[in-house]
Ligand binder design. Structure first.
Ligand code: SF4
Length: 350
């Protein structure tokens, strides 16, 4: 591995392992002729290079999906069928869907080649005075968890890595909406260290476990505590929940992406809203943005029956309050007598 600076990595040099040999084998083995490739936005700069490489090695037609792709919940099955694609190569995530995929999907996690030792060392100061550390990461860094564990143990910490569970594929892996690897060990740890780019996954761990969380971010080459972000997020959540309590007209917005089409949960939410004598509209959306919801002027509060992180992370962007399905119950059924923060409710899917 050449010795590269963080700046070079941030410019995209050899950051990810796209496992092209595996991709070539799968394409040949399945006799695919037209392939759709999907990457999360942060990896899309590599899309054309990947398309070129796959086309020249496999002699197949490659179509690059330009649409945003946020997770394994977001596989372009409809688009692939419409374009008569016979194989999807989905980079950057692990399998999430609990439905039969047609056309078939090959998941390439795209493990990051960025070193983590430096940022884990930087996290040590922030992790003290705690003694037992729960260690998790996004899929891009799960292969480095063993190394991170050894570093922390050498610094005197006891380290616990949660096993594979829920919708994840590896021990210690977390998603924005599924942190069961952290939940499964939260009773045994004082603090969590999350190895990830950005604060998105760390916030999910903090919201779900209520434990202090430190991020070791190999992309920025820094470690940071996210307590201020957590405080801001919770205060906004409470404000949205309080507004929902007094609202009269609700819009339950159901996602249409394969892993976000929570129609049953949306219908249950609607029934609950109607039972309180309030009005409710069902709305469907692929992408959630202020512009998409802007025309629905009559709606006081939107309930997101899709990715729960839309409400949690993007609430400040919307003109009207947006809440998760779990928060709807809290708003309607009341939170008097709730002691502390009903944190798991916020990310609750149903
Ligand atoms: S539902 Fe949201 S948080 Fe979960 S995998 Fe999809 S985009 Fe990520």
């Amino acid at each position: 591995m050449p010795n590269r600076s963080v700046l070079e990595y941030s410019l995209g040099f050899e950051v990810y392992n796209f496992e092209l040999d595996k991709v070539f084998r799968e394409i040949a083995g399945r006799r695919a002729r037209r392939v759709l490739i999907q990457l999360p936005d942060g990896m899309k700069v590599h899309a054309l290079e990947l398309a070129r490489e796959i086309e020249s090695k496999c002699g197949v037609e490659v179509i690059v999906s330009a649409d945003p792709c946020y997770g394994g919940c977001d596989v372009a099955l409809d688009e692939a069928r419409r374009l008569s694609v016979d194989l999807i190569i989905h980079f950057g995530h692990t399998p999430f869907l609990k439905v039969e995929e047609s056309p078939p999907v090959i998941y390439i996690p795209a493990f990051s080649e960025l070193p983590v030792a430096g940022v884990v060392e930087k996290a040590v100061m922030l992790l003290r005075p705690h003694r037992v550390v729960g260690l998790v990461s996004t899929v891009q860094h799960v292969h480095k968890l063993g190394e991170a564990k050894r570093i922390l143990e050498d610094r005197g910490f006891k380290v616990v890595i949660g096993g594979r569970c829920g919708r994840v594929a590896f021990d210690g892996q977390v998603l924005g909406c599924d942190v069961c690897a952290a939940l499964s060990v939260m009773g045994d740890v004082d603090v969590f260290l999350v190895i990830a780019g950005g604060d998105f996954h760390a916030l999910g761990v903090a919201l779900s476990t209520g434990k202090p969380v430190v991020v070791a971010d190999p992309y920025r080459g820094e470690a940071r505590d996210i307590s201020k972000l957590l405080k801001r997020t919770l205060s906004l959540r409470w404000s949205c929940i309080a507004k929902a309590r007094d609202a009269e007209v609700f819009g339950v917005v159901v996602g249409v992406k394969p892993g976000q089409a929570m129609i049953e949960a949306a219908l249950k939410a609607r029934k609950l809203i109607l039972s309180y004598g309030k009005r409710c509209y069902l709305i469907a959306a692929r992408e959630f943005s202020p512009e998409v919801l802007y025309p629905f002027e009559d709606v006081d509060v939107f309930v997101i029956a899709a990715c729960p992180r839309i409400a949690v992370d993007d609430a400040h962007r919307f003109r009207k309050p947006v809440i998760t399905i779990g928060e709807l119950r809290l708003a309607l059924e009341g939170f008097e007598g709730v002691s502390g923060l009903p944190i798991p409710t916020i990310l609750g899917w149903s």
